[in-house]
Design a protein around this ligand. Sequence first.
Ligand SMILES: NC(=O)c1ccc[n+]([C@@H]2O[C@H](COP(=O)([O-])OP(=O)(O)OC[C@H]3O[C@@H](n4cnc5c(N)ncnc54)[C@H](OP(=O)(O)O)[C@@H]3O)[C@@H](O)[C@H]2O)c1
Length: 244
Amino acid sequence: MSASATLAVVVGARGGIGAALVQALATAGRYGTVLALSRRPEGGHPSGGAIVEAYVDVTDEDSIATAAALTASRGEPRLVIVATGILHDATLRPERSYRALDAGSLARAYAINAIGPALVAKHFLPLLPLQGRSVFAALSARVGSIGDNRLGGWHAYRSSKAALNMMLANFAIELARQRSEALCLGLHPGTVDTALSRPFQANLPRGQLHSSAQCAQQLLAVMDGATDADSGHVLAWDGSRVPP
Ligand SMILES: NC(=O)c1ccc[n+]([C@@H]2O[C@H](COP(=O)([O-])OP(=O)(O)OC[C@H]3O[C@@H](n4cnc5c(N)ncnc54)[C@H](OP(=O)(O)O)[C@@H]3O)[C@@H](O)[C@H]2O)c1
């Protein structure tokens, strides 16, 4: 298939990592169109060229269905990356103790970090080609690993990412029955210099903070190198598997 006929989709295209992925994909020129889906689709990326912007809110299933229909009208996506997520904002604070649990904050974290990507999968997995290699990936986080949890805390974020990881593992099993070369992956990007990590960067060891451009290159390489056996797992930025 010629590059001009191929399609990549980034959901969360205005986030720190999502925007870098859109730029890296457009620059690499492997896809004829890079569909950049976000809540703020107006002029976030240079117009013209391969990038096409459109609206999506992952907590609004109708908007996901509309974005999927737009995608389908442009072809079959071989790459769909969900780069949305929330750790903190004015009302949501990562909890240090179970005493800080708040039902509203938990529900919000689950809606954006787990249910949102799952609904994107519901509408976009059927668009993957029936033949040939394709990848559906969602940005997860190492802290969503139950086996690797040594520090505790951040209850809403950790548990919403753990729920996401289980969804991805489930989807991988189902997907393999219909599309033998389609992979469903979680990705841990490392600690990346974005709005999401900014309040937590102070005590990082030197060299541990990656730029979003670096991160995008690393994640694209990880997805390129992933095999059937990786489907359903979370892969870190260096290609290693994060324990479930
Ligand atoms: N940065 C890190 O160190 C790090 C580490 C581990 C994992 N991650 C994961 O990587 C992913 C990307 O994070 P990031 O660092 O790029 O953070 P970011 O810069 O804050 O980007 C997150 C994006 O998610 C979007 N978003 C939130 N709620 C949404 C909704 N309802 N519908 C559509 N979009 C929504 C935001 O949209 P708006 O722009 O419209 O607000 C924002 O663009 C997240 O899943 C995060 O958990 C990041």
